[in-house]
Design a protein around this ligand. Structure first.
Ligand SMILES: [Zn+2]
Length: 359
């Protein structure tokens, strides 16, 4: 099935199930719409859930579901319900497989008197379970939903021998860089919300027919960021390294840095392949904001590099933080990226502190 056709089949199934598919205007009550998650088919196995806090990337297919980030704790029930519906819709596409009942039933259900009835009497396939969650960082809008969403899922072939005990329910596995585990542990997050597998560098997983690379980026938004590359679908979840709705958010106290952000944006540029004159090709799902391509990424990288160089130059000339802020090094980008949750002054201060740090 072509990607376009698959989009319409899945979108129709989701809409029929009451989900909001981006680009359509469903008839829902205002209250229901306010709380609804939006589902956007990206490409191949990969979908985007919008409205759960940070962007949640979903790989859905025959192996089940892999999520990149779990969203806010408060949105966990909606994430679970939406993912189940999505999984059911994708599994049912292009059409449900309904085995013929009875002895001797074969291709085309020869011998069944009323084959048309099969669609009525066969049960719909259950949704495939959530098997894996990857946390791109430790923030509550990325990892807050871990506990509930993981418990709604299951892992096949997980812990050694645990399956032998009927009372042990194995939930989905949660992958994160070891610094994310350390940060969530220090924040006294209950065990059920902690990563079950942490890695010091990178991870790989073959899932839903494609290689999934989980790559650690040191010192970007924090010291525990991961980006997730779906190599077959050619989609990359960038976590908070890329945003279309704010300046890059980073915390020097948590190991983040402006140079690490720019290094990571450059590393992403090495991974993306444009389709035509920097447009199209590899798609990127930022931590917050809309889906991007190579051109969006390059434009963001260029802007942040220009601002970094301006602040670096002012530091070299001996300007204080107050003087740097007054000089407005972000002025030409403020209309787009200065937002109440991460203001131009907060960003400039973070850049200043990051560049002034003793190496
Ligand atoms: Zn975020």
């Amino acid at each position: 099935m072509t990607t376009r056709l698959r989009y319409f089949v899945v979108a129709a199934l989701l809409t029929a199930g009451g989900l909001v598919v981006s680009g359509q205007t469903p008839a829902r009550s205002p209250a229901a719409s306010a709380a609804a998650l939006h589902v956007l088919p990206i490409r191949g196995n990969v979908f985007l859930l919008v409205g759960a806090g940070a962007n949640v990337t979903v790989s859905v297919g025959p192996d089940g579901v892999l999520l990149v980030d779990a969203g806010d704790a408060a949105m966990a029930d909606q994430v679970i319900a939406t993912v189940a519906q999505l999984s059911r819709a994708v599994t049912a596409s292009p059409g449900p497989v309904r085995p013929c009942p009875g002895v001797g039933a074969g291709v085309g259900c020869a011998g069944v008197t009323y084959p048309a009835l099969l669609g009525t009497i066969a049960s719909p396939a259950p949704p495939k379970p959530i098997q894996f969650i990857v946390n791109t960082n430790a923030d509550p809008d990325h990892a807050g939903g871990n506990a509930k969403v993981a418990q709604a899922g299951t892992t096949f072939g997980g812990g050694p021998g645990l399956g032998a005990f009927a009372f042990v329910k194995e939930s989905a596995m949660v992958y994160a860089h070891e610094n994310v585990l350390a940060r969530l542990t220090a924040a006294k997050v209950p065990t059920a919300g902690l990563p079950t597998e942490s890695y010091p560098t990178d991870m790989k997983q073959y899932f839903n027919g494609e290689g999934v690379q989980i790559l650690h980026r040191p010192s970007a938004h924090s010291d525990g960021d991961s980006i997730v590359h779906f190599r077959g679908s050619d989609v990359i979840s960038t976590g908070d390294i890329l945003s279309t709705v704010s300046y890059p958010v980073f915390d020097v106290a948590q190991g983040g840095s402006i140079n690490g952000i720019i290094d990571s944006l450059n590393a992403l540029l090495d991974l993306v392949i444009a389709e035509y004159q920097t447009e199209g090709g590899t798609l990127l799902i930022p931590g917050h904001g809309r889906v991007c391509d190579a051109a969006d990424l390059a434009t963001y990288r260029d802007g942040m590099t220009i601002i970094r160089d301006r602040v670096q130059d002012m530091i070299k000339r001996g300007l204080t933080l107050a003087q740097v802020k007054a000089a407005r090094p972000t002025k030409d980008y403020d209309p787009r990226y200065d937002v109440p949750t991460w203001t131009k002054d907060q960003f400039v201060e973070a850049v200043y502190r990051s560049l002034s740090q003793k190496k």
